[in-house]
Design a binder for this molecule. Sequence first.
Ligand code: GLN
Length: 537
Amino acid sequence: MSQTKYIFVTGGVSSSLGKGIIAASLAKLLQVRGHKVTIQKLDPYINVDPGTLNPYEHGECYVTDDGAETDLDLGHYERFLNVPTSQANNVTTGRIYQSVIQKERRGEFLGKTVQVVPHITNEIKERIQILGNCGEYDIVITEIGGTVGDIESLPYIEAVRQMKWELGDDHSMVIHLTLIPYLSAAGELKTKPTQHSVKTLMESGLKADVLVCRTEHELSDDLRRKLALFCNVKQEAVIQSIDASTIYDVPNLMLEEKLDAVVLRQFNLPVEENVDLTAWNGFLKKHKNPKNTITIGLIGKYVELQDSYKSILEAFIHAGAANEVKVKVESIHSEYLDSSNVADKVKHLDGVLVAPGFGERGIEGKIKAVQYARENKIPFLGICLGMQMAVIEYSRNVLGLKDAISIEQDESAVNPVINLMEEQKDVTDKGGTMRLGAWKCALEKGSNVYDAYQEDEILERHRHRYEYNNEYKKQLEAAGLLTTGTNPKTGLVEIVEVKDHPWFVGVQYHPEYKSTVLKPHPLFVAFVKAALNYSKN
Ligand code: GLN
């Protein structure tokens, strides 16, 4: 019998209640209590992964070391736990069906009729148990995307029901996250929607063991008792999750509510008094008591939706705390940026970040922002497409190649300073085909990036098809655009810096994915520091 304990997190009443943050906060508490924990997200949509989704649809696509394009909740898991996730941590309905259909084509079902139950549900169970059986974790938390009652969640709920039956209550549990709305006209918190969503779970044969109740007002003892009685859970298992000023407060709030203790008791595991959140609280203290404020411009084309740049925004929170400074991020839409307004929009900033992205829209605005930051010596960080824009800007305005552009924007470019990578030339499928995941990069001593990392070689995560065109390297370097990081095997240029500039860095990789609360990313820390110095002059 498996020793691994499984926690399933479901959601009811409404989406966007923060299942990912609750799962990550619980995992954090269990981790500081000495358990090895991982978190997995099951997404009930048919895309094989979120890599093909527009950020407006589903927020940022998060990338793991092993090159999985995943849901942004995995970013929260890593930021809270400081432990990398992998391909196995995010599974979609598309992936499940793809795998079952491939097995069917190989004849693995031996002539049977292939059905949702048992074939799809078995595949789901296997995907959950991969993490439990790999020997690395004592506790696996599986978050089920969507809301109970959705048609597409049904196979997942059935898989969980079966696992609970097989494993028993001391090895598996369901935490149901729900909303307790406040009706201001009645001056009351309402429990009925929660009762109904618990009932919906029960119709599928699944009983909630714990209720985590999102609320804007404190839950009274009476209300907790009522919820416990009508939803069939212990009173201690009614957990209040009150709105917090920062997501990083949630582990402390869950500790106060004893969510971790309720879980451990159900699993017959010891509940020691001492929970050591010293390092975590050290971060929170700095985050909440900044000594200075700086403003960074985030130049991107998906700025209407905060979730599109989630990891970047969180990386600034971590790096801000490390520097004891509040980083105000001002979103600037690259599509509406041009020569006539760039000074107005950029001159008051202490730092400029040009965001990752794809396609043509908003490109010229990004190039204008790069130029302004370079010429006015404002600290600059370009990430992925942002780095490519920096190379184009330098080629155009310093080298004098007025028509410099990326092949991504102009397939018949005369001066393609950014080129399609060789191995991408025959690729036709869009999903999962970019240069993905962690690749090495060797750093030049004496550069700003070397200063930041203090390492000769780094490993950073990637997601791109285009690259710096080495045919222009000699000219660009001679003109002052230095190459300070390269892939040691292929020579692919990973980092550029402007020579006569206090801090101008463009990186082909995505540093934001690796920033965590306890390990703020060195490049973001250095960028914020440079912006702080700039703000003081
Ligand atoms: N579109 C660019 C490429 O594919 C940059 C990608 C990105 O910013 N993630 O190379």
